[in-house]
Design a protein around this ligand. Structure first.
Ligand SMILES: [Zn+2]
Length: 178
């Protein structure tokens, strides 16, 4: 697992792996022997948007994150803020990252993304307005829904499910069907 905490956040003692019998069976946990603090390492929720530009013929906006290697385009996504509802959070992320105003937000589904220890909460967001990218995003592309290619990760699964719900059989990048 990435970003492993190796010391107790309370008393800075080195954490040790212990095996504990829990309701679901034996589990390995990182625990502080001095104060008993446990690093649970629960997945982090991430909000993602299948972003439909209703004033651009219903095309979908995919964006390339400036921090990503290569040329892959994906959903606009971000972390929740404390004290906000997820459906408000994704509208905020869309506004911050593209300056588009959400007019309608509806849940597509919830997807695992185990490689990043995240849970993807995916929404269909209809939006309109002028597109101005935040510095986090390097570029964007608009796709007709029938032309977009899905990818084998939680956000790509969400896009595929959204397409299927509209009667479009998803195409997959490089023929990889997840
Ligand atoms: Zn401790």
């Amino acid at each position: 697992m990435k970003h492993e905490v190796r010391h107790c956040t309370h008393c800075a003692t080195a954490l040790a792996w212990i095996v504990e019998t829990e309701d679901g069976g034996d589990k390995s946990r990182l625990r502080c022997a001095a104060c008993g603090w446990t690093h649970w390492n629960n997945p982090t929720p991430v909000l993602a948007a299948v972003l439909e530009c209703e004033d651009r013929g219903g095309r979908l906006l995919l964006a390339r994150n400036a921090a990503w290697p290569g040329k892959s385009f994906g959903l606009v996504a971000g972390f929740m803020e404390a004290g906000e509802r997820p459906q408000d959070g994704i509208a905020r992320e869309v506004l911050e990252e593209t300056s588009l105003q959400a007019t309608e937000v509806s849940l597509i589904g919830v997807y695992d993304f185990q490689r990043m220890n995240q849970v993807i909460i995916a929404y269909h967001v209809r939006a309109r307005g002028e597109i101005r990218l935040s510095p986090e995003l390097a570029e964007y592309r608009l796709f007709e829904p029938a032309q977009v290619k899905c990818w084998p990760a939680g956000t790509g699964q969400a896009l595929a499910d959204w397409l299927r719900a509209r009667g479009i059989e998803p195409q997959w990048i490089e023929g990889i069907k997840a």
